[in-house]
Design a binder for this molecule. Structure first.
Ligand code: NAD
Length: 437
């Protein structure tokens, strides 16, 4: 089957490469010429483990190609995926659908044979109806179908998630849509992947409901961590104690500096806007968004407290900047608010991140980027572990102590063992544990 993937970012490129790996003929399209040029030269525009090899393999096999010319690239495709960004609209937090609608319009103007237009971008309920309307107005052939197929992959583990998903959700309103989508994912039915067919609107709601639920789980354990700090509990024991209950489950119960990234912050906000528009308040999600927002700066203040309440003239080493390890994505990373809080208080910040520094430079002009973890630590009055990259899991603690001006270690991911850190001579502060040594 020929498939066109419009938008070759984290989702489009990974999905396109994986679908080519299933045996389909895939063309990944992007309007960003620099991106397509890189891909044509075998250079990955993003960091995602395993992606370069997967792309190279499928290009060599003749199943994967790249194009900046949508009108010609979509011809003959049975499924045309829309995988462009849906960021928060400036000012009001609604999902900005202008990229999605622009693609629908361009596809409608150029499509010669009926095809299934698959919305993979995360979009508010009802967007599929609007895409169908735009396609029809701009001249798409009769019989063109619009399907919602939300994506659940996680950056850093995207290929595994795409190839072995917990489930695939397909929201379709007609047999043409359902049949083409069944064919797209047929290779996955061999490993018994659950494929859930729903209405288009249900599929759109599923994506936001899923992300809002996960954001709630994270925020819940973060508040439990705060309580543990006050009452002398250990949030890791609490998480394990509740997570072993099958009804709760152990995942997404890691206390930390608050959720960030390219999805949860914008998707929870967009969901609240939908709720507002339909006068159906989502008070739990409202609370989650507020609690998470205040948490990020509170984490900055935690570092300032560790410095004795005064950050001016002090130097802080930040280890990790991306919102999670194994990605270069800096979008809405808690590190941004943490660094800003420190900078507002007059601290000098030196940071190191294995993959995120290029993106971070533009977002954090007040932060000096170091060439490695130990370089960042040199002369620091406090060290803050912000993202749990493997590279920070086994630091040479003697060396850290020697290089730092003061052995103050704020571990926002609970990577280290408090007793060991105490034995190694650190003032060690973590999240939700009996932390001050
Ligand atoms: P991205 O910003 O990495 O990629 C989007 C790409 O679309 C860019 O390369 C951009 O140049 C291209 N584009 C925009 N308009 C275009 C047009 N008219 N024609 C051709 N190309 C165009 O975004 P992303 O992270 O891949 O996210 C895409 C969608 O998937 C979003 O709705 C997001 O919410 C959703 N999603 C993302 C993730 C994730 O982990 N990143 C996971 C699940 C769902």
């Amino acid at each position: 089957m020929k498939i066109a993937m419009v938008g070759s970012g984290y989702v489009g490129l990974v999905s396109g490469a994986c679908l080519a790996g299933f045996g389909h003929e895939v063309v990944c399209i992007d309007k960003d010429s620099a991106k397509i040029e890189k891909l044509e030269n075998g250079i990955m525009p993003i960091y995602e483990p395993g992606l370069a090899d997967l792309v190279a393999e499928n290009v060599a096999a003749g199943r994967l190609s790249f194009s900046r010319d949508l009108p010609s690239a979509i011809q003959g495709a049975s499924a045309i995926f829309i995988a462009v960004g849906t960021p928060s609209r400036r000012g009001d937090g609604h999902a900005d659908l202008s990229f999605v609608y622009a693609v629908a319009e361009e596809v409608g103007r150029n499509l010669k044979e009926p095809a299934v237009i698959v919305d993979k971008s995360t979009v508010p309920v009802g967007t599929g109806d609007e895409v169908a309307r735009i396609l029809s107005l701009s001249g798409a052939p009769e019989g063109t179908s619009v399907v919602s197929n939300p994506e659940f992959l996680r950056e850093g583990a995207a290929i595994g998630d795409f190839k072995q998903p917990d489930r695939i959700v397909i929201g379709a309103e007609d047999d043409f849509g359902r049949e083409v989508m069944a064919e797209v994912y047929r290779p996955l039915t061999r490993n018994q992947t659950a494929i859930l067919f729903t209405s288009r609107r249900s599929a759109e709601v599923i994506k936001y409901a899923g992300n809002a639920f996960l954001a709630t789980k994270i925020t819940f354990i973060n508040e439990m961590a705060d309580l543990c700090e006050k009452v002398g509990g250990n949030v890791q024991d609490v998480a394990r104690g509740i997570g072993l209950d099958n009804r709760i489950g152990p995942k997404f119960l890691h206390a930390g500096p608050g959720y960030g990234g390219s999805c949860f912050p914008k998707d929870t906000l967009a969901l609240l806007k939908t709720a507002e528009d339909y006068e159906s308040p989502l008070r739990i999600v409202e609370a989650v968004v507020k609690v998470n927002e205040t948490r990020k700066r509170a984490m900055g203040r935690k570092i300032i407290e560790a410095l004795g309440g005064q950050a001016r003239g002090k130097r802080v080493a930040m280890l990790g900047l991306t919102f999670k390890p194994n990605t270069d994505d800096m979008r809405d990373s808690p590190a941004i608010a943490i660094a800003q809080t420190l900078a507002d208080a007059g601290a000098e910040i030196v940071a190191y991140d294995p993959e995120g520094m290029e993106e971070a430079r533009a977002l954090l002009p007040e932060v000096t980027m170091a060439g490695g973890a130990y370089e960042a630590i040199e002369g620091a009055d406090a060290i803050a572990l912000v993202t749990e990259w493997d590279a920070f899991r086994a630091l040479d603690l003697d060396r850290v102590k020697q290089l730092a001006t003061a052995p103050i270690f704020v571990d926002m991911r609970n990577v280290y063992n408090p007793d060991q850190m105490k034995a190694a001579g650190f003032t060690y502060i973590s999240v939700g544990r009996d932390s001050v040594c």
